[in-house]
Design a binder for this molecule. Structure first.
Ligand SMILES: NC(=O)c1ccc[n+]([C@@H]2O[C@H](COP(=O)([O-])OP(=O)(O)OC[C@H]3O[C@@H](n4cnc5c(N)ncnc54)[C@H](OP(=O)(O)O)[C@@H]3O)[C@@H](O)[C@H]2O)c1
Length: 321
């Protein structure tokens, strides 16, 4: 079969022949791959930088996708940390990590949306006691996962959602996705933090895709601006688009009822991630959430790999075009 193959972590995947290994247990089966999203996690797996990387080469990147089983079922699957990923004409899936989709579900929409949507859906269901009526700040709301987080927080009953990000056009579009207030992180950092402190002082939950210096500043801005310092603030670290580390003043932890946690592979056990998939996929299949997609042929993987997707859209590789 043909697949996107990585032979060195400093090179882009190439479209080439690859022998698919046979399933190694009765729980595994081969599926024809229909659509695979190009998520940040897929790219960090392919360059060996993700914290779960095993350094095994050659590898086929791709952590999830939509496929068709031999018996004709349409499935969404998540792969384990494997060198045989989903960016291929076929892959091996574990039935325990797959869910059946309605036959009329759009494979491209599911492949694009499940990973970015799962980041906040799982965090709000599995990492905190999220209550309808809560107020939420999405830090990094202009990315695919951030746009989803705004919609998901509203869908789950948030009374108020503040979206903060850099891109002006996508920031403006967030109000159509349910954001009550948007805050620009572009331009002068002090000004941005003043605006953030005023718009999000009393939120209950922060969904953080940025980390790095943005989170350093935002954390202090929010803690200092809180009217009720004893009110619980769940700060959920999900992505690190603005940096891997932060410097955290000890006073920030003393001055507010701050609960700093992460959500991702490891902090959420696999079984807890899997138990959320059916409900989330059903909402995406129904069209509850909006996500932009840009379909590309898997054969073009090497060309598209380092391109930036059009604003607000996710690249989705389709093997059969
Ligand atoms: N833990 C989990 O379960 C989980 C699941 C899915 C994703 N994630 C992580 O979540 C993060 C976002 O994923 P995604 O799918 O939304 O990626 P994406 O669609 O590529 O969006 C990333 C956004 O980050 C913003 N950004 C980058 N650098 C920034 C900076 N210095 N300051 C402010 N904004 C910055 C950009 O927004 P602008 O265009 O406005 O600059 C960009 O649109 C990634 O780190 C990903 O690995 C985690």
């Amino acid at each position: 079969m043909r697949a996107a193959v990585v032979r060195s972590f400093d090179q882009r995947p190439r479209y080439e022949e690859f022998d698919l290994p046979a399933p190694s247990s009765p729980d595994e089966e081969v599926v024809d791959v229909l659509a695979v999203g190009l998520h940040p996690r897929t790219k960090s797996g392919a360059d060996g930088s993700h914290y779960t990387s095993t350094d095994a080469l050659p590898m086929i990147p791709g952590i999830d996708g939509v496929g068709r089983t031999n018996s004709g079922k349409l499935v969404y699957f998540i792969l384990p940390d494997t060198a045989i990923g989903s960016l291929a004409e076929q892959t091996v899936v574990d039935r325990r990590r797959s869910i059946e989709l309605p036959d009329d579900a759009d494979p491209v929409a599911l492949a694009a949306a499940m990973n970015p949507a799962m980041s906040s859906w799982v965090a709000l269901h599995e990492r905190i006691d999220f209550r309808p009526g809560s107020r939420v700040l999405v830090l990094g709301a202009t990315g695919n996962a951030g746009q989803m987080a705004v919609q998901i927080a509203k869908h789950l009953g948030a009374a108020e959602v503040v979206g903060a990000g850099r891109d002006a056009e996508r920031l403006a579009a967030l109000t159509m996705h349910g954001a009550d207030t948007v805050v620009s992180l572009a331009g002068d950092a002090d000004e941005a933090m003043r605006a953030l402190g005023s718009a999000a002082a009393d939120v209950d939950v922060v969904i953080d895709y940025l980390w790095g210096s943005v989170t350093e500043d935002a954390l202090v801005a929010l803690v200092m601006a809180r009217k009720d310092a004893g009110k619980r603030l769940d700060w959920i670290e999900i992505g690190s688009m603005a940096g891997q580390d932060i410097r955290l003043p000890s006073a920030a932890l003393r001055a507010a009822n701050l609960h700093l946690i992460g959500s991702g592979q490891g902090s959420v056990p696999t079984r807890n991630i899997l138990r959320q998939l059916d409900a989330l996929a059903a909402e995406i299949a129904k069209g509850t959430f909006t996500i932009g997609t840009k379909v590309v042929a898997l054969a073009d993987v090497e060309t598209v790999w380092n391109e930036t997707a059009p604003a607000g859209k996710r690249f989705v590789f389709v093997p059969q075009i």
